[in-house]
Design a protein around this ligand. Structure first.
Ligand code: PDD
Length: 286
């Protein structure tokens, strides 16, 4: 099976998908997107992803072209037409094609795109030994809660991590933890899990919500509130979460070990809970 994508009402091989160069997604990064993990051909937390997609459309004043039901049909179709039991579905809507002008065009059709990639969840080695992260000043804009395709800040930050041989960057703004370039960040101190609030400075992660729900359900102490840079630097454990990374332990920060330099006990418990939860949800969906 070749890669089949959706573009403006049609399914086609990826190699045949074309958009005009004046698409505002290309010219301005004027669009929003979602990434939905698929396990055993079942999308995980799809209603939550679609709700966030709706909020992203609203935030950039772009009419959502589809209802949740229509999006669900599109996602199911992409899953069916592509190979792989575990996939990562990418959806993107841009403000469409128009003569270049910063102000919104009137009467322009949005460009709607969807594709599937194989979902590559973290390797056993990364789960068992953790990953490296660096720290950086969060210089992005003040609407980080919008899942916008304008990701230059995130790309520059992620590349700084890659240049340092690290997987992710842990960011601070005004002395407080925000998030990673493409993940949310949690810390553990004295067996308590701490997470920054879902405000305009972070993306409200779907995985973040799952982790907090699991902590609450299994009575792991968990506090949501501002997390100081000092608390991060002195944490026993640091985790990153996202739809593709799931939950991963950061075991070195700026080259220094986090805690004892191994994934900690609270991480191991949460990782196990997350895997169990995934399996339960998928059994129910099957
Ligand atoms: N990124 N923060 C940022 C900046 C992100 O880009 C992401 C996800 C997250 C985690 O959100 P979620 O748990 O809903 O995946 C947090 C996706 C995977 C991406 O851009 O590829």
């Amino acid at each position: 099976m070749s890669d089949i994508v959706y573009l403006n009402g049609e399914y086609m091989p990826l190699s045949e998908a074309r958009i005009p160069v004046l698409d505002r997604g290309f010219i301005f990064g004027d669009g929003v997107y979602e990434v939905i993990p698929v396990y055993s051909r079942n999308p995980f937390r799809l209603p939550e992803h679609l709700a966030r997609f709706r909020r992203s459309h609203d935030a950039i004043r772009l009419a959502n072209p589809f209802s949740d039901e229509e999006w669900t049909g599109l996602v199911d179709e992409l899953i069916a037409r592509n190979a792989g039991e575990d996939q990562s579905i990418y959806l993107q809507v841009t403000r469409g094609v128009a003569k270049r002008d910063h102000a919104f065009p009137s009467n322009t059709q949005p460009t709607v795109f969807g594709m599937s990639n194989l979902l590559t969840t973290p390797a056993k080695e990364a789960i068992e030994n953790g990953v490296a992260a660096i720290t950086a000043n969060d210089f992005r804009w003040l609407k980080c809660d919008v899942k916008s395709t304008s990701l230059l800040g995130n790309c520059l930050l992620r590349q700084a991590a890659a240049d340092a041989g690290a997987l992710e960057v842990v960011m601070f703004r005004d002395g407080h933890l925000t998030e990673g370039s493409s993940s949310n960040v949690f810390v553990v101190a004295d067996d308590t899990i701490f997470a920054p609030p879902k405000d305009n400075l972070v993306l409200p992660g779907i995985t973040y919500d799952v982790v907090i729900e699991l902590a609450q359900r299994h009575r792991l102490p968990c506090r949501i509130g501002p997390v100081s840079e000092e608390a991060v630097r002195n944490a026993d454990e640091i985790w990153v979460t996202s739809s593709t990374k799931e939950v991963l332990a950061v075991t070195t920060l700026d080259g220094r070990p986090v805690g004892n330099g191994k994934p900690g006990p609270v991480f191991r418990r949460m990782h196990q809970l997350y895997q169990e939860f995934k399996r339960t949800v998928m059994r129910q969906a099957a």
